[in-house]
Design a protein around this ligand. Structure first.
Ligand code: BGC
Length: 758
């Protein structure tokens, strides 16, 4: 039965309305039986279902129903495969239906400002274009099964340190171009049923009571029509929250905030209309959940496991492959060294922790893959719970390394190094992992390192590794995916969705992460990730978009369908790529845009398109991208809107942000000029840069100059004088003219130029 919303609102008492605005426990909304309003259930997310049994509270992180643990955010993002994200979403949706869950708490799209953020493993990328596209397909997938999503954490929750109190201080342009943009496209295109507001403050105001964020931007500008839920415990002032657009407080508050809402209405501090708006948003989604409930849904754990395996093998990134040591041949002997081979690190700690339906280690999967064809030797190498070197384990590992033809070494970050709740302090892996590699390298020259970690690490040891497979935290089928890739059953096709810096201190947020006290100032502005490393010519360890394959691709041709467009047009860019190697493989083609004539401080290039295709050896394909106004625009703070500056833009296509062999240029004309009004403090340069005003002013300068000898000095040192003139406010002309031009005449001149552009 569907809820007749306006009718129900009319019948609800003030107390009932207030009570609907908070949970009845950790995971459910309150039912109102008198009015047939049912309760709905929400659970984590994002890459697996964490439905806790019975009354288990938030802290019982590991006590949840078995569910498929898919690769976590940073891994999923490395697939750059929107179809896979949709498939994972659909599978998650089915598992939710099976367990009576109405809303999955994810995806998580906060940007990776610093590689230290403890929760980066859950987040997609440092690039908002990529993050929002992947989120869109995740959401569409889940919601295709009649289950809602909760895109989170809105907004600027980019660190764990003091996450419930710190204020992210971000300038308007950066906020829109980066930290909001990662939500914007997904919210507009995929229409998540709910949005989860972040714990932190944004420019001083708690996100949970941020009117501009939750109402002006989210609802009025982006058209969001679901409900906003607080992150668990994010509410500071419940009444302010309702006023700002926070509809649901989670988890339940034991009644005290419900009473605060009632009191505020009675005292006239909160209008009934504002409360009704929240109730209406909630009822709409509660109704949607009920209408879409499919109580007879089941799913095949084995099918979902196989999907997890396929996804994991598309997520892992082949960072290095010297001497083409990979793929491994199925012969000779192989040492599997490192505790992670048998007890994999495959997911992150905290609220996203899933109780997997099964777990396959690399050791078991490799044994199964090679059968009797390869002689396998195993050594644990290090104690997973300690950073100390264990002499016996080391000795055993060296003995194995010595007697085999090649070694696969499993190292990375243990869970105690990275998790929700705290940030890392450095980018190192444990010392005993490094020492193990160093010692093995003394007796073995063929070393394949398989990494398990949720976020970038430093690799001072890189020269000891012949090949490196970045496994990320790739879910319950991790072992099978590793085996598939190592033996070439699957050709690696993941690429980094984040930069791996050489050193932590190269990162742009380094001097202001995690901030002072309860404030973190985003001094680096729009320059995060590759946007920064490129602008500063700092060579990263591995650039954004990097990832190798067992085959090779050539970038043959780029073409645009028009050389000149207006910012109201769309542009089609065709890119032709061939597989020039010997293996079938998938390639992620990346398209970046560079603004040549910008007068604002923009990154050298920004990702504005990507696609993943499969090519057989010798095969060539042409893919096309569509660019529109947003592909060329920056966020203009005067206009409070997106704006294109007329001029030439380069379009670069290639396999990685630092390797872009194809380039072409397009001229884009802005249809809406930014309104300008000149005044006495506008500079002469401002006038000379204006296409309409410039010729007139140049002419005036010439004639006044000659008549009054005003600019005679220009002749002596023309460059210096011209630069000084350009930066001179118009009022300065009065001084230059030495009384030959009056204040009145200057004002008339300014009126005249303003008249010209009106
Ligand atoms: C996390 C959210 C999560 C919620 C419910 C919070 O601590 O920040 O991402 O969805 O808990 O578990």
């Amino acid at each position: 039965m569907s809820i007749v919303i306006e009718n129900v609102i009319e019948q609800m008492t003030l107390e009932e309305k207030a009570s609907l605005c908070s949970g009845r426990n950790f995971w459910e909304t309150k039912p109102i039986e008198r009015l047939f309003i049912p309760s709905i259930m929400m659970t984590d997310g994002p890459h697996g279902l964490r439905k806790q049994n019975g009354d288990a509270d938030h802290v019982g992180l590991h006590d949840s129903v078995p569910a498929t643990c898919f690769p976590s955010g940073s891994a999923l993002a490395s697939s750059w495969n929107t179809d896979l994200l949709f498939a994972v979403g659909s599978a998650l949706g089915r598992e939710c239906q099976t367990h009576g869950v109405g809303i999955l708490l994810g995806p998580a799209v906060n940007l990776k400002r610093s590689p230290l953020c403890g929760r980066n493993f859950e987040y997609f990328s440092e690039d908002p274009y990529l993050a929002s596209r992947l989120a869109t397909h995740h959401i569409l997938g889940v919601q295709s099964q009649g289950v809602g999503t909760s895109i989170k954490h809105f907004a600027a929750n980019n660190q764990e340190h003091r996450r419930m109190s710190t204020s992210a201080v971000i300038d308007t342009r950066t906020l829109h171009e980066l930290y909001l943009a990662s939500f914007e496209y997904a919210i507009k295109q995929a229409k998540p049923w709910t949005v989860m507001c972040a714990y932190n403050r944004l420019n001083g105001t708690y996100c949970a009571e941020h009117d501009e964020l939750l109402t002006t931007i989210l609802r009025d500008t982006w058209g969001f029509d679901g409900f906003v839920v607080s992150d668990w415990g994010a509410v500071n002032n419940r009444v302010e929250g309702i006023l700002a657009g926070l509809d649901l407080e989670m988890p339940g508050n034991g009644g005290f905030n419900d009473a605060n809402i009632v009191k505020a209405v009675n005292e006239g501090k909160l209008s009934m209309k504002a409360l009704d708006d929240a109730v209406r948003n909630l009822l709409r989604i509660i109704d949607k959940v009920i209408q879409n409930r499919q109580s007879d849904t089941t799913y095949s754990q084995e099918e979902h496991h196989q999907l997890a395996r396929q996804v994991a093998s598309e997520c892992m990134v082949l960072l290095k492959n010297d001497r083409d040591i990979l793929p491994l041949q199925k012969d000779g002997s192989l040492g599997l060294i490192g505790a992670f081979a048998k007890t994999p690190r495959y997911q992150g700690g905290g609220s996203s922790h899933v109780h997997p339906t099964k777990l396959v280690s690399s050791y078991d999967a490799i044994l199964e893959e090679v059968g009797d064809a390869v002689e396998i030797h195993y050594a644990q190498g290090y104690l997973p719970d300690s950073d100390d070197l264990d002499a016996n384990l080391l000795e055993e590992a060296i003995a194995v390394a010595q007697k085999v033809d090649r070694v696969v070494l499993f190292i990375g970050l243990p869970e105690r190094y990275e998790s929700e709740g705290f940030d890392r302090l450095h980018l190192d892996i444990p010392d005993n992992h490094i020492k193990l590699l160093e010692q093995i390298a003394k007796v073995q020259t063929n070393i394949v390192v398989v990494l398990s970690n949720g976020a970038p690490i430093e690799m001072p040891w890189i020269d000891h590794a012949t090949a490196i497979l970045e496994g990320y935290l790739s879910g319950q089928a991790v072992g099978q995916a590793v085996a598939d890739l190592l033996f070439g059953i699957v050709n690696p096709s993941g690429k980094l969705a984040e930069t791996f810096p050489q050193k932590l201190h190269h990162n742009p947020s380094h001097l202001n992460f995690p901030g002072d006290g309860d404030e973190v100032i985003y001094h680096e502005g729009v320059f995060i990730g590759y946007r920064y490393y490129e602008a500063k010519s700092i060579k990263p360890l591995f650039p954004f978009g990097h990832g190798l394959s067992y085959t090779t691709f050539s970038y043959d041709h780029i073409e645009v369908n028009q050389q000149q467009i207006s910012d109201q047009d769309t542009l089609t860019v065709a890119v032709t790529v061939s597989n020039t190697g010997n293996y079938k493989g998938k390639e992620i083609i990346q398209l970046y845009v560079h603004d040549h004539q910008t007068t604002v401080n923009r990154p050298l290039k920004e990702l504005k398109g990507f696609t993943k295709i499969e090519l057989a050896p010798g095969e060539q394909k042409t893919v096309s991208f569509t660019l529109d106004k947003r592909s060329f625009a920056y966020f203009d703070t005067d206009l409070n809107d997106w704006q294109v500056q007329t001029g030439d833009f380069s379009l670069y296509a290639g396999p990685s942000s630092d390797t872009l062999p194809l380039v072409c240029t397009v001229h884009v004309t802005a249809t809406k000029a930014k309104p300008v009004v000149f005044h006495k403090n506008s500079t002469l340069g401002d006038l000379l840069d204006h296409p309409i005003v410039s010729p007139v002013v140049t002419q005036m300068m010439r004639s006044y100059g000659q008549e009054m000898g005003l600019f005679d000095d220009l002749k002596d040192n023309p460059e210096m004088m011209q630069a000084m003139m350009r930066n001179m406010p118009l009022r300065g002309i009065l001084h230059f003219a030495g009384g030959k031009i009056s204040e009145e005449q200057l004002e008339q001149m300014i009126d005249m130029v303003n008249g010209l552009i009106r």
